[in-house]
Design a binder for this molecule. Structure first.
Ligand SMILES: O=C(O)CCC(=O)C(=O)O
Ligand SMILES: [Fe+2]
Length: 384
């Protein structure tokens, strides 16, 4: 059984919070410590043309799925072109990101401060969260799935990360940023449809029925962020090194199933190669970047790679990006897929409920690691 609802108790051998947290930290450290030069040969972020994946021919769709499988078992990252998210819609949300960070006053942003949210939503000043405890240069605005953003209208069963049922998004006032909400909604709904489409391709790539994940994405987790990375304070940074103060977003793997990333043309994304060196991801026109995140790694028993990455803006211009972290319904229990276990093989990971795991990982990024203010998990951790 790969899925269940929030009312169903988790199996007795479920992953505990501490195991999930420590396991993620150990995985990151192991990736950062690995130094195998030979394996860098052929390290690649392939470009996959999605046009045939929209064809009525099963063979065409399967052929795209095969390319996805190759990318996910190797670097864990790929670009997609002809994905159906119009260039104008991409430009629209990037422009809104510029407006959000440039035009809103600090007082206006303060009304949206992430400290008012139990779920990490709203405006995140650069010092508020950090992956490794370093000062990060990024500034963000986080928002999550809500039925009004879903072109299907959802199924009425959406639950937040903590199982609660309310709309936790903190939007700027329409008068403060006219048109912001409508443009953000346009991008979000377009990328959400694409993510559901990609999940069908992931299913095919794993020799599962094409609709295998459909019932798990009827009210999915889908946190999106507008991110702003200012240019370095002094001069242009060298390609290979940087001062720690210049880190935009620390080294991490993503938590959900996969991420769809839109960026402005200023590069900054760096992907960890097996040797421990960093591959600087180029910006490629209206292509989006897709990367496998931890759930797909767990679900595939490690076959698909959730690869460590970070952001450093080494240029002279600001960088803006819009990651969309696609999850299954937060009440889904993620446990190894039947096609990813050979006879006699055992799962590397125990089952875990999607929402709880993500909340745990997000809480760990807050300054003291105790979670977002008012979050129930704060008390759980204090009691440990
Ligand atoms: O801004 C980027 O290019 C990547 C952001 C990212 O990796 C993340 O938010 O998880
Ligand atoms: Fe990331």
């Amino acid at each position: 059984m790969a899925t269940t609802t929030i009312e169903t108790p988790l199996p007795a051998d479920r992953t505990t919070y501490e195991e999930a947290h420590n396991g993620a930290a150990a995985y990151l450290q192991a990736r950062l410590d690995a130094k195998d030069d030979r394996l860098d040969d052929g390290f690649d972020i392939p470009v996959i043309d999605l046009a045939p994946s929209f064809s009525s021919s099963f063979a065409d769709r399967k052929a795209v799925a095969a390319q996805i499988r190759n990318a996910c078992t190797a670097s864990g990252f790929f670009y997609i072109t002809k994905h159906g998210v119009p260039e104008g819609v991409q430009r629209g949300i990037l422009n809104q990101a510029v407006r959000f960070f440039d035009e809103l006053s600090v007082e206006q942003k303060e009304t949206l401060h992430v400290k008012k949210s139990k779920l990490g939503l709203g405006w995140e000043p650069s010092e508020y969260t950090s992956i490794a405890g370093d000062q990060e240069r990024k500034e963000g605005f986080n928002f999550a799935y809500e039925e009004a953003l879903d072109p299907t209208g959802g199924d009425g069963l959406y639950r937040n990360l903590d199982g609660s049922h309310y709309n936790g998004n903190l939007w700027p006032k329409e008068d403060d940023l006219p048109g912001f909400h409508a443009t953000v909604k346009q991008y979000y709904s377009s990328v959400l449809s694409l993510a559901r489409h990609l999940f069908r391709l992931f299913a095919l790539s794993l020799d599962l029925p094409e609709t295998y994940f459909d019932s798990m994405t009827t009210h999915p987790g889908g946190i999106a962020r507008l991110l702003y990375y200012p240019p370095p304070k002094n001069s242009q940074l060298p390609r290979t090194s940087f001062n720690d103060e210049q880190i935009g977003l620390g080294a991490h793997s993503d938590y959900e199933c996969f991420t769809l990333l839109l960026t402005s043309s200023t590069p900054g994304l760096e992907i960890l190669k097996p040797s421990g060196r960093w591959h600087i991801a180029e910006h490629k026109g209206d292509a989006l970047i897709v990367n496998v995140a931890d759930f797909l790694m767990r679900w595939t028993n490690g076959l698909y790679k959730s690869t460590v990455h970070r952001v450093v803006n080494r240029g002279t211009e600001a960088r803006y990006s819009v990651p969309f972290f696609f999850s299954v319904n937060y009440d889904t229990v993620v446990e190894t897929l039947p096609t990813c276990l050979k006879d006699g093989e055992v799962s590397q990971w125990k089952p875990i409920r999607a929402g709880e795991y993500i909340l745990e990982r997000l809480n760990a990024t807050t300054k003291d690691g105790y979670g977002f203010v008012g979050n129930d998990n704060t008390h759980r951790k204090e009691a440990v």
